[in-house]
Design a protein around this ligand. Structure first.
Ligand code: UDP
Length: 334
């Protein structure tokens, strides 16, 4: 298929681009490089350095490349920043998606797979979380992603644009080649921050809260490997291509690991003692988030290959050893 990937220079988008190309699809990328990197872009893809909020540009890209489906990653995704600057999130995430959907309707592109998030759920009492529970986002980021989902729903009713919303839990790890991985500046996610200690970039890892109602007092999260996550996107694309109805799926491993367990696993992987210091809770962190992904397994036929969190950390470690200073914006890597 001719697929447009928005945000194809980002962490998750770049892995999706590579998987699509490896499977014989033709890939066009739109990325404004606000958080993505040229170095992450696969040179086999056609790249437009532009913004999804530019209707005319998006329209011409859709038409000139005979785009048949869109996979939409371009969005801001930092919870903390979304609380300080919510309108930045509404502008890029909600308005950007509105422009993209408008252009798709105009260009007769009627299939979209898009990245949503477990943040749409907010704090929930019952674990694992299924897609049926009432969404109660507790931060602006999650609220914008839920608004994007609702926009897709109404666009489907009005314009017959079919969508699959994929609600990610904690995405982690790197491509098995070690050539692309998670590179953020500033970094806020747990695994890359832990790995900065053995890389000599940070003296210790801070544990945000040790008095949660969990067995060791630290937050529990569901970590899913990036390549498993991406395989669900390809399945979702095939699902839409077969003419199925719009749908929403959780993507997680179904397993919960505490922050302390993650630090311990990283010690085992890296052979470094990784000092940890107890710190205050981070605002807005729910104690536990664990996905039920049974629906994706059943309906999409999704298969996960990474079942041990040490393997997820090991793949991230390989990438960070290859790119100690992270990605830069100067050239194609491969
Ligand atoms: N966390 C931590 N120290 C850090 C960064 C994160 O203890 O330096 C915790 C965070 O409070 C959360 C978990 O690690 O419980 C995962 O955080 P991350 O930001 O990676 O993902 P999130 O769950 O916010 O999507």
């Amino acid at each position: 298929m001719n697929v447009l990937v928005t945000g194809g220079a980002g962490y998750i988008g770049s892995h999706c681009v590579r998987a699509l190309l490896d499977q014989g699809h033709t890939v066009t990328i739109i990325d404004n490089l606000s958080t993505g990197y040229l170095q992450a872009i696969d040179s086999r893809a056609k790249f437009y350095n532009t913004d999804i909020r530019k209707f005319d540009k998006v329209m011409s890209i859709l038409i000139n490349n005979n785009i048949e489906a869109v996979i939409h990653f371009a969005a801001f995704s930092l919870v903390g920043e979304s609380m300080h600057n919510p309108l930045k999130y509404y502008d890029n995430n909600v308005y950007g998606t509105k422009v993209l959907l408008d252009a798709m309707a105009e260009a007769n592109v009627n299939k979209i797979v898009f990245s949503s998030t477990a943040a749409v759920y907010g704090a929930q009492d019952v674990m694992p979380i299924t897609e049926e529970v009432l969404e109660t986002p507790s931060n602006a980021y999650g609220e914008t992603k839920l608004a994007m989902e609702k926009m897709m729903k109404w666009s489907d009713i009005a314009n017959d644009t079919k969508y699959v919303a994929l609600r990610y839990f904690n995405v982690a790890g790197a491509h098995h080649s070690g050539e692309i991985g998670e590179s953020h500046n500033p970094e806020t996610h747990l695994i890359p921050l832990i790995l900065q200690v053995p890389l000599g970039k940070r003296e210790f890892i801070s544990i945000f809260g040790t008095d949660y109602d969990t067995p060791d007092g630290t937050c529990i999260r569901d970590y899913i490997h990036i390549e498993d996550l991406i395989s669900a996107h390809i399945k979702a694309l095939e699902y839409l291509d077969k003419g199925n109805e719009s749908n929403t799926f959780n993507l997680g491993s179904g397993l919960g690991y505490s922050v302390l367990e993650m630090v311990e696993a990283a010690r085992a992987v890296t052979g470094h003692d990784i000092p940890a210091k107890l710190a205050e809770r981070r605002a807005g962190d729910p104690a536990r988030l664990i996905a039920s992904s049974d629906k994706a397994v059943k309906v999409l036929g999704w298969v996960r290959n990474y079942t041990d969190v040490k393997d997820i950390i090991a793949s991230a470690w390989t990438f960070h050893l290859n790119f100690k200073e992270g990605f830069k914006n100067d050239k194609h890597k491969y």
